[in-house]
Write a protein that binds this ligand. Structure first.
Ligand SMILES: [Zn+2]
Length: 72
């Protein structure tokens, strides 16, 4: 799964994309300070998480070890 900052996305309005910590009223409620869009915080954050944090390149952390032992 793509990593996205849950705090950042939870402060981003899914309608107007304004990021404001004050939009997050509490753990469950999101009320945008810019456009007054209101949503359950988790519901509002969901499309933000889907649209954020796209990786540029897939990172290979493990090199295939079998390639080196091919030559005697
Ligand atoms: Zn908004």
């Amino acid at each position: 799964m793509v990593r996205a900052n849950p705090v950042y996305t939870s402060q981003t309005c899914s309608r107007c994309r304004v990021v404001d910590a004050n939009s997050r009223k509490n753990q469950a409620e999101f009320v945008c300070t810019a456009c007054e869009h209101t949503a359950h915080a988790d519901v509002n954050a969901a499309p933000n998480i889907l649209g954020a944090g796209r990786p540029c390149q897939p990172v290979e952390t493990s090199a295939p070890a079998g390639l080196r032992s091919r030559n005697p």
